[in-house]
Every structure is written in structure tokens, then in C-alpha cells.
Design a protein around this ligand. Structure first.
Ligand code: TYD
Ligand code: MG
Length: 454
């Protein structure tokens, strides 16, 4: 039998069924060549009918993946304890939120610590990046820098240098010259990310891909490529605040949901060791409509202030304005307040804000949100030094939430002495805290109503 010739694309190394003028995978012209050596036998063997795989057990004898600390503790923690070699990390966020600054700092710290780091900017000229490094006091760090958007040269450069980490700013500016769709299209974005992921796997380089989140959908967003990378982080925060949150939403090598907190300064981003103290630092004396939620973000407890304002409405349908929390969840809490506790806010506008620009996703915040709303509505402050947590069910019952001990420990550490918590929270972990354990939300409504009778 004549030996079958195996073909491969010399640009993206994808196997081809037959020779053609153009690679169907990366779109390059005149790159299909005959495979030789190992690759040919590998491709040839790929055409055989399937052969049984060697199956293994669940317990691994391999070493855990190699990790490298970037020298930015908040970033390293969100990654699960440093970045894993040969992995691809996507960092998404709104334009101007600070992605380039964060990763330039990471590259510079990493390189200053002896690692090799390449930073490819498709958005700024090298002089602009150098000026930024100068401003941040990082100019002496041996980061290797280039300004380029063409994938062919970028991949060739990375192949030639094979650094420990590479940063690509941003994936939306990258384009493949064989691909006919416009730069920024989903097809270009996927093809570019695919090449970076492949490069990471074969070189051992940890590749960081910056992606802008876009509202209008003019250019494709990071969501279109989330499934292709190992780790997805989002950098977020309110433009008007100096705090920035780095959140892991997917991590093949660590816990998802981990949160890193940074403060923006003239010298760049500074990690915040104690976010609770920071989020509560601007809290004034106890005021109606303010409640402190003892939350958990990833592995860390984080205390935040929830603020509510209730005002007579001038509109036919009252306004519900939420910053930092889920609007649907708020609608649910309001419905429970109305149906189970007889507190209707139909004639009132409601504004709800999580102070500090953080976004809360835990259902455990329900009780603190309800407490802030009830306190605002009754124009009566909650008892001072009180934290709250608990999930509200549609029946009006309060449900226990995970990790009450960690929440209360953090509260005690910050000087809180009282807690509103769901019934069933164990006595032992309440030591040193004056706790009000609630089975039903209406018990709290009654409690608040009776507090002015003294
Ligand atoms: P930048 O990192 O360029 O945002 P992105 O890459 O997400 O679009 O940051 C936007 C601007 O904010 C830039 O002009 C630098 C400034 N900035 C600071 O001055 N200090 C900081 O700590 C950060 C993060 C940004
Ligand atoms: Mg940028």
C-alpha cells in the first residue's frame, strides 16, 4: 500500500486532510507543507482507527503544576498562589480600569525578581509604555518590551525568547494576516487566542491576555474566548472610586471566586491587605439606611457597608436603583418584605448602594440588604456595631449561610459587638458577640419597630 502523505500548516501546525493553497484553520496562504519526522508519524498514527487509551486512577503521582509568584501578593492569591507555567490567563475589564497598569507592574516585579518577562503592547507605542513605567518607578526592571499587533511576528518573537511570562495588551488589537475578518471580530479574536494558548502549552510560558469588555459589541469581548483559556480574571470597580477588585471567575488551577483588592494611587496599584477596614473606613456614625454585611469573597471574609435610601416617589412606577448588587435579588427581597412582613414600598423610590465600589454576589447579603432598607424606611438607625448576614427565602424564613465563623471572627476583629444572623448559627462561634438569631424576617421587622419604644 502506498504510504499516505501527511500535511500540516507550517503557521499554526494544524493537521490537514490534503494539500491546499490556504490553511482552513488559521487562514494563512501557502503554508501547507508535507509533515516530516515525528510529526508525520504522529499524524499518520492519528488516522488509524482509535486505539484504547491508557486509563489511570484519580490519585495522581505527578507533582502539582509549577507556579511562579509574580511579586504582587493580591494577584498571586487570586491566581491560586502564583501563575502556573504553560497556562493562559485572560484578564478582562472595562477600558481605563487599570489592566495595563496592573500587568505592567506584575511584569516589572516579576522581572526584577529574576524571571524573564515579555510585554507586547498592541495599543501603545513602546515609548508610551516606557513613560508609564517611569511614572510608576519601574523603569529599571528588565522587562522586554515590544509594540506590535501582527500575530505572525509576535508568535515568532515569543518562540525566539520563550520567557517565563508574556503579557499581551490587548487581544482585541491582535490580527492574523491570513484571516479575512476585521481585527476585533470574534473570528480574529478566537484565532489569536488559540495561537497564544498553543504557544503557552508548547513553550511553558505563562501567557496573560488582556481583553477589553465592550458594551456596544463593536469589537468582540473576552467572553467569546473564556472557554479557551485556563484562568479568567475580571478587573472591576467604580470609575469614581479609587478601589479596584480583581475577581477570578474561572480557574483550572485554583479556587474561582477569589477576590483581590487594590487601591489606585499615583504610583500605580497597591494591594489592600485588609479590605474590610478599607471598605468601612468612610462609614460615619450610625445612620438610618446603613447596615454592615459580613461577607465572604473567595477565601477571605470582607465586611462592607450596604446603604439604602427610601424616598417618596414622583413617578408612576417607583425607581429601583442598585449599585453593586443584583437587581433581581433586590426585587425578591422587596417582594418578601411586602408579602411576608407587610412592608410595602410601592409608593417609594429605592436606592441601594454597596459602599466602596465593590460588587456583592452572595445571597448571604439578603438580610443586611433588608435591614438597610427597613432602617431607611423607618428612618431609624440599626444598633451600633452590628453586622448582619443570612439568606432570605421566599417564605420569609432566614436560612443559614456558609462560613459563619469566619464572618464573625472578622467582625470581632474590626470591633463589631453585635450580629444579626439566621437561627441555627451555632452558639460556640458566637462567643464575644451579642447575637440576635432570627428564624423569620418579620421578627427583625418587629424588633426594629420596637426599638423606639424605649
Ligand atoms: P490603564 O492601566 O491604562 O487602564 P486599561 O489598560 O484597563 O485601559 O489605566 C487607566 C488610567 O489610569 C491611566 O491613565 C493610568 C491611570 N492609573 C493611575 O494613575 N494609577 C493607577 O493605580 C491605575 C491602575 C491607573
Ligand atoms: Mg490598557
Amino acid at each position: 500500500m502506498a504510504k499516505k502523505i501527511a500535511y500540516v500548516c507550517s503557521a499554526c501546525r494544524s493537521p490537514q486532510m490534503k494539500w491546499s493553497g490556504r490553511c482552513g484553520v488559521c487562514g494563512e496562504w501557502n503554508t501547507i507543507i508535507e509533515a516530516t519526522g515525528d510529526e508525520a508519524s504522529r499524524l499518520a498514527s492519528g488516522r488509524r482507527p482509535g486505539s484504547p487509551l491508557e486509563l489511570v486512577g484519580l490519585s495522581s503521582v505527578d507533582e502539582p503544576p509549577e507556579r511562579r509568584n509574580l511579586g504582587i501578593p493580591e494577584l498571586d492569591r487570586v491566581l491560586g498562589g502564583g501563575v502556573v507555567s504553560a497556562s493562559a490567563v485572560l484578564i478582562g475589564g472595562d477600558p481605563g480600569i487599570g489592566k495595563s497598569t496592573l500587568l505592567l507592574q506584575a511584569a516589572a516585579n516579576f522581572a526584577a525578581g529574576g524571571g524573564s518577562a515579555v510585554y507586547i503592547s498592541g495599543e501603545e507605542a513602546t515609548t508610551q509604555v516606557q513613560m508609564r513605567a517611569e511614572r510608576l518607578g519601574l523603569a529599571s526592571s528588565p522587562v522586554m518590551l515590544a509594540s506590535e499587533t501582527g500575530m505572525r511576528d509576535i508568535v515568532a518573537t515569543l518562540e525566539a525568547t520563550r520567557p517565563d511570562i508574556a503579557i499581551v495588551d490587548s487581544i482585541q488589537t491582535m490580527w492574523l494576516d491570513g484571516n479575512e475578518s476585521a481585527p476585533g471580530s470574534v473570528s480574529q479574536l478566537r484565532a489569536a487566542v488559540h495561537q497564544f494558548v498553543q504557544f503557552a502549552k508548547r513553550s511553558g510560558t505563562a501567557v496573560f491576555l488582556i481583553g477589553h469588555v465592550t458594551k456596544e459589541g463593536q469589537i468582540a469581548g473576552p467572553r467569546a474566548v473564556e472557554h479557551m483559556v485556563d484562568t479568567v480574571l475580571y478587573f472591576e470597580g467604580e470609575r469614581s472610586h479609587q478601589y479596584r477588585m480583581l475577581r477570578a471567575v474561572k480557574n483550572r488551577f485554583g479556587p474561582a471566586d477569589e477576590l483581590g483588592v487594590f487601591e489606585m494611587t499615583g504610583q500605580g496599584l497597591q494591594g489592600v491587605d485588609n479590605p474590610s477596614a478599607m471598605f468601612l473606613s468612610e462609614r460615619g456614625r450610625p445612620a438610618p439606611g446603613s447596615a454592615v454585611f459580613a461577607g465572604i469573597e473567595g477565601t477571605r471574609p470582607v465586611l462592607v457597608e450596604i446603604q439604602a435610601l427610601v424616598a417618596q416617589t414622583a413617578f408612576p412606577s417607583p425607581r429601583r436603583n442598585v449599585v453593586g448588587w443584583d437587581g433581581n435579588r433586590l426585587a425578591m427581597v422587596l417582594a418578601v418584605l411586602e408579602a411576608r412582613c407587610g412592608v410595602g414600598l410601592g409608593g417609594h423610590d429605592l436606592y441601594l448602594n454597596i459602599a466602596g465600589g465593590i460588587r456583592i454576589t452572595e445571597p448571604a447579603a439578603d438580610l443586611a440588604v433588608a435591614a438597610a432598607i427597613l432602617s431607611a424606611s423607618a428612618q431609624r438607625p440599626l444598633e451600633p456595631n452590628t453586622v448582619a448576614f443570612g439568606e432570605i427565602s421566599l417564605t420569609g424564613a432566614l436560612r443559614p449561610v456558609p462560613k459563619p465563623e469566619q464572618r464573625l471572627k472578622e467582625a470581632k476583629k474590626l470591633g463589631f459587638t453585635r450580629a444579626l444572623a439566621p437561627k441555627g448559627t451555632k452558639r460556640v462561634i458566637l462567643e464575644g458577640i451579642e447575637a440576635t438569631l432570627l428564624g423569620e424576617l418579620h421578627e427583625f421587622v418587629r424588633l426594629l419597630g420596637s426599638s423606639d419604644d424605649d
